[in-house]
Write a protein that binds this ligand. Structure first.
Ligand SMILES: Nc1ncnc2c1ncn2[C@@H]1O[C@H](COP(=O)(O)OP(=O)(O)OP(=O)(O)O)[C@@H](O)[C@H]1O
Length: 336
């Protein structure tokens, strides 16, 4: 039986725009087990990073409602000092762009050392250095003794990403959030980094939230997949089910918009439109409705819910039952 590490219940993360608050994560619930990679996918602007930052307690101005239970403690409402004790120790995060999270003025060894020191003041200077070299080795950095004394700008993008991973895992966190960890990297480095994250999962029995818009990465890495649209989860299932039997029109559109090298495909489907800006998100009814105008209004639920259609496979709104891709351009634009 898998052991639950994180349980998010009815999370609502809202940002203030002018005089109102608008939810970027809107009543979202999900859980992550130990030794599991949960991928969170969706187009730009659907709320993936807002979710990750909420879990890490990194939003300074957002309004957070709901609960984020991490090992039976509600971290959604912890004080900043309590959260600081958890971050970097029990929870680690890998960001998309290492330059935003590494200090440009500090040598690599010193930065990793600081993270170690913050959470383990008893470690002697010598032991700390030993541990840092070990970590640099572990994340596949050649000549770790040299890199120890280098500044981030002296390293390549792939090496910087590895340094950030070394920092994120320095204290062996139980929960690791990786937000687009390989987007900026070329394909060979990307697969090495993913392999590394996979090893960490097994070595440390960690739970991992992997945020990405790359479905190839999802197929390779994830145990389960949550598909997000407009702040909500629209489908969640184990990775095999999600790729073999996707149901929600949004999931099917995402999968259908990716060329499949193994199969002959007649036509790629392009999802029309974009995720609306936060202030313009439809909050009533099916949020995806405007992007599939050829589907009858009556197919949608008034208050779309997540339906468990097979064990562990949840789909939001009944419109999935009637969904198919349009046969013609006219149909696609809702003209019959
Ligand atoms: N601090 C903020 N203030 C106001 N709006 C914000 C803030 N941060 C995010 N948003 C808005 O919240 C929505 C979700 O953004 P978020 O960055 O979580 O999306 P995302 O799915 O991670 O996108 P990407 O893949 O581009 O990073 C977007 O409409 C974004 O403009």
């Amino acid at each position: 039986m898998s052991e639950k590490l994180l349980e998010i219940k009815n999370l609502k993360t809202s940002f203030r725009i002018k005089d109102d608050y608008f939810a970027a994560v809107d009543d979202l619930s999900l859980s992550v087990n130990k030794n599991e990679v949960l991928a969170v996918v969706g187009e730009s602007g659907c709320g993936k990073s807002a979710l990750a930052f909420s879990v890490m307690g990194l939003h300074t101005r957002a309004k957070i409602d709901g609960n984020i239970m991490f090992k039976d403690r509600d971290i959604a409402h912890m004080s900043p000092s309590e959260l600081n004790k958890l971050r970097g120790k029990e929870m680690g995060m890998i960001f998309q762009d290492p330059l935003t999270s590494l200090n440009p003025l500090m040598e690599v060894g010193e930065q990793i050392g600081e993270t170690l020191f913050l959470h383990n003041k008893a470690l002697s200077k010598e032991k700390r250095k030993e541990k840092i070299i070990d970590l640099l080795n572990k994340v596949g950095i050649p000549r770790p003794e040299t890199v120890f004394n280098q500044f981030p700008h002296e390293l390549s993008g792939g090496m910087r990403q590895r340094v950030m991973i070394a920092m994120a895992i320095a204290n062996e966190p139980e929960l690791l959030i990786a937000d687009e960890p390989t987007t900026a990297l070329d394909v060979t480095i990307q697969s090495q980094i993913l392999e590394l994250i996979n090893e960490l999962k097994d070595d440390m029995d960690a739970g991992i939230i992997l945020i990405t818009h790359d479905l190839g990465v999802v197929a390779e890495m994830a145990d389960r997949v949550a598909v997000m649209y407009a702040g909500q989860i629209v489908e969640i299932a184990d990775v095999h089910t999600l790729f073999e039997n996707p149901k929600h029109p949004y999931t099917r559109s995402l999968l259908n918009s990716v060329p499949n090298a193994n199969e002959a495909q007649d036509k790629l489907h392009v999802i029309q439109g974009i995720v609306p800006a936060l202030q313009n998100l439809p909050r009533e009814g099916c949020r995806f409705k405007a992007r599939i105008p050829w589907i009858e209004d009556s197919a949608h639920e008034e208050h779309p819910e997540l339906h468990e259609i097979s064990p562990g496979h949840f789909v939001r709104c009944t419109c999935y039952k009637d969904f198919d891709f349009p046969e013609s351009e006219e149909e696609k634009h809702g003209v019959s």
